[in-house]
Design a protein around this ligand. Structure first.
Ligand code: 3PG
Ligand code: MG
Length: 402
């Protein structure tokens, strides 16, 4: 993959596809980690005399056409403002993605200036399954610039116009964030030091099952917690009360457990829980001392025995990958499990990688010391798909001849 740092950019306009998909509370950014992670590449290009046009998505705008999506938002306005603060210079936000406003800005920018296009998902073509439809938008994006830099690691698993179809239309290279992320993930996939322990939490069982299947051949131990654990417990015949359940996934979960058993991979599930009668930060927490959860209660965190068990299973690890919080850490009464897992991983000497928007936001939210982990990835789905051994469309496009 060609590096952005090796491109001759002086006097050139560079389109930088970044991942600026930050969590918002209304229009307030609650975690700006992805914006900060995008700064090195943008700063380097500016310092070398380029004009930078950044392109990114925010959330998943709804609506059949551009007008409906732009009216419903979210606009990248708060992101443009934060980016300007962090860069210490103005960032012009285009009024559209690749229309009149973007073209005027692109043709009048001076070296050292930065502009941001509006939310690229306002264009329904961005996520279209039709190559021709995506290609038309890619053409309009490419027309704005002389060069393309792919630095949105978190979106590399998306076969989208700005990620996949635009790089072939311009001389292109990978930004510093993408190169750093790939270097770490490569270490995890190529002969990791053992024991290699993977901790999976979060809610999306379907998304993570494919990873489990692939990790069974690689990791020595899988610790499973969070929303996905209840489907595993249900598959083993436990009572899970009103906890989150993906009933349709039980057959795959059962297969994954059997595969792990055959491969000699240890799967560790919660042995106790913190439950409540509703999903609410004000709900009364209650400890259930065994794996079964009674009717009328839902599991919202791992219990104290599970925290201790997970800590023991992590104590001798030499490589750790953690994706997905083990509990609802946003609610203080249900944050102890996430904190315990984070602390146990931070005590490991070896390669420790936290992957995923939620997990990264969780460790920042819990205010763990900087340097507690080897690497905090900006990519959730992207890092998981990389570890699965799948080819990421965005990386493939950057690797193909420039
Ligand atoms: C993410 O938040 O994981 C990336 O920005 C990709 O967003 P998406 O899941 O909406 O495609
Ligand atoms: Mg996400």
């Amino acid at each position: 993959m060609k590096r952005a740092e090796d491109l001759d950019v002086t006097g050139q306009t560079v389109l930088v596809r970044a991942d600026l998909n930050v969590p918002l509370d209304g229009v307030a950014i609650t975690d700006d980690g992805r914006i900060r992670a995008s700064l090195p590449t943008i700063r380097d290009l500016l310092a070398r005399g380029a004009s930078v046009i950044a392109c990114a998505h925010l959330g998943r705008p709804a609506g059949d056409d551009y007008a409906a999506r732009a009216a419903g938002g979210p606009s990248l306005r708060p992101v443009a403002d934060r980016l300007a603060e962090l860069l210490g210079q103005p960032v012009t936000l285009a009024a559209d993605v690749a229309g009149e406003s973007a073209s005027v800005i692109a043709s009048t920018m001076a070296p050292g200036e930065v502009a941001l296009l509006e939310n690229v998902r306002f264009e329904p073509a961005e996520t279209s399954k039709d190559d021709g439809v995506r290609g038309e938008l890619a053409g309009r994006l490419a027309a704005l610039a002389d060069l393309y830099v792919g630095d949105g690691f978190g979106a590399m698993h998306r076969k989208h116009a700005s990620v996949y179809d635009t790089p072939p239309l311009l001389p292109h290279a990978a930004g510093q964030l993408v190169l750093a992320e790939v270097a770490v993930l490569r270490q995890l996939t190529n002969s990791p030091a053992r024991p290699y322990v993977v901790v999976l939490g979060g809610a999306k069982v379907a998304d993570k099952l494919a990873v489990i299947g692939n990790l069974v051949g690689k990791a020595d131990r899988l610790l499973i917690a969070g929303g996905m654990a209840y489907t595993f417990l249900a598959a083993q015949g436990h009572q899970i009360g009103d906890s989150m359940l993906q009933a349709e996934q039980i057959p795959q979960v059962t297969d994954a457990l059997a595969d792990a058993d055959k491969a000699g991979v240890e799967v560790v599930l919660p042995v106790d829980h913190v439950v409540a009668d509703r999903f609410d930060s004000g709900a009364q927490p209650e400890i259930v001392p065994g794996p079964d959860i009674p009717d009328g209660k839902m599991g919202l965190d791992i219990g104290p025995a599970t925290r201790a068990l997970f800590a023991r299973k992590l104590a001798d690890a030499k490589t750790v990958f953690w994706n997905g919080p083990p509990g609802v850490y946003e609610f203080p009464a249900f944050a102890a499990g996430t904190l315990a897992v984070a602390e146990a991983i931070s005590a490991v000497t070896g390669l420790t990688v936290v992957g995923g928007g939620d997990s990264a936001a969780a460790v920042r939210h819990l205010k763990l010391p900087a340097g507690a982990f080897t690497h905090i990835s900006t990519g959730g789905g992207a890092s998981l798909e990389y570890l699965e051994g799948r080819q990421l469309p965005g990386l493939a496009a950057l690797e193909a001849g420039s």
